[in-house]
Design a binder for this molecule. Structure first.
Ligand code: UDP
Ligand code: MG
Length: 329
């Protein structure tokens, strides 16, 4: 049987400090796998430059000349982590029998890829990399992430806890994945929807090798809101419930007020008025905000804009070259 072509997709945004180490470590893994006859010798590490402002793309081009297993893509601007990943997976699809996605910063143990491949050969289509411990993350990041997983599962979204975007997909899983055309791809929520035989591989998460996190608090919160509103209409339903309760309370208060008026025990009701105005105003504003979030999604979706644009593709060139070389032999 022919050995599978593996593509490792690595999104990179301003990662000039970590790139050389990522290249070294990932190349070693690829070489090991090639030696074990686990993957084809044409397998590639594809660095996706997500519109970096530093020398990331120059470095990627240099490495792809000096290293046979390294190649890359350049996106026309910054599309964000999920956009870069999507671009990489799309570009890898045609040539690859399986793909692994991993961050450039080496926080995820690259050795797990060897286990991913073992699972692939056992017949799994989806292999999730799951962090064993999160003790290198800050207290805040760890707990906010845990709360997020809890909220998501309460809302009925099936996610693998402590799994980020480190995973293997077989070709057919990737084919199905690429049929999801939503504008706002919350990738780790979509993968469990694909079905197929899946398994988990546990690894330890390290500190970032160099540089700083490209996910500040603001991006993290946006990511969480995106995840929730892409997958669940529960917030809209919750709104209906809160609205109904408020309405009922209003009816009871109204009856009470009329009764008091008839009995004649009314004190000018400034307090109750002002309280209800603020309360109702608040509920209405929350409601409009939640609706707006969904309408915004619809607005973006109907425009069907491209989700990424590739400016330069060294990966494709390399795959073609390898193919031609093979046919010469
Ligand atoms: N990244 C990207 N585009 C962005 C932000 C981040 O491609 O706009 C990449 C980044 O280079 C890294 C991965 O996404 O390879 C994860 O980012 P980071 O390590 O900064 O996030 P954290 O691990 O802190 O959550
Ligand atoms: Mg990181």
């Amino acid at each position: 049987m022919e050995k599978p072509f593996l593509t490792v997709v690595v999104p990179c945004y301003n990662e000039e400090e970590v790139l050389s180490e990522s290249v070294t470590q990932l190349t070693n893994i690829i070489k090991k796998l090639v030696m074990n006859d686990s993957i084809s010798n044409n397998s590639q590490i594809m660095f996706v430059d997500d519109g970096s402002k530093d020398r990331t793309w120059e470095l990627i081009k240099q490495y792809s000349e000096s290293h046979e297993h390294v190649s890359g893509l350049k996106l026309s601007r910054n599309y964000g982590h999920q956009g870069a990943l999507l671009a990489g997976l799309t570009a890898a699809h045609e040539h690859s029998d399986c793909v692994v996605s991993i961050d450039a910063d080496l926080q995820d143990d690259v050795n797990a890829i060897i286990e991913f491949m073992e699972k692939y050969h056992e017949g799994f289509d989806v292999v999730y990399g799951v962090r064993d411990k999160r003790d290198t993350d800050t207290f805040f990041k760890r707990n906010s992430a845990l709360t997020f997983y809890k909220i998501m599962s309460k809302l009925g979204v099936n996610m693998v806890p402590n799994h980020a975007d480190y995973r293997l997909l077989s070709k057919r899983a990737l084919t199905e994945f690429l049929r999801y055309k939503e504008e706002n791809m919350f990738i780790r929520g979509i993968v469990p929807l694909l079905g197929f035989k899946s398994t988990k591989v546990y690894y330890n998460r390290n500190e970032r090798f160099a540089g700083e996190s490209k996910y500040p608090l603001k991006k993290m919160l946006l990511f969480a809101v995106d995840g929730i509103t892409s997958f669940s209409v529960a917030p809209i339903r919750l709104l209906l419930v809160i609205g109904s309760i408020t309405f009922l309370v209003g009816v009871v208060l109204g009856i009470y007020a009329i009764v008091q008026k008839i009995i004649g025990g009314v004190v000018p009701g400034w307090t109750s008025l002002i309280v209800s105005i603020w309360l109702l105003g608040g509920v209405q504003l929350i409601g409009m905000g939640v609706l707006g979030e969904y309408i915004g999604k619809i607005f973006r979706q109907v425009k069907e804009r491209p989700r990424f644009t590739i400016e330069d593709n060294v990966f494709e060139m390399k795959c073609e070259k390898n193919k031609n070389n093979e046919s010469l032999v």
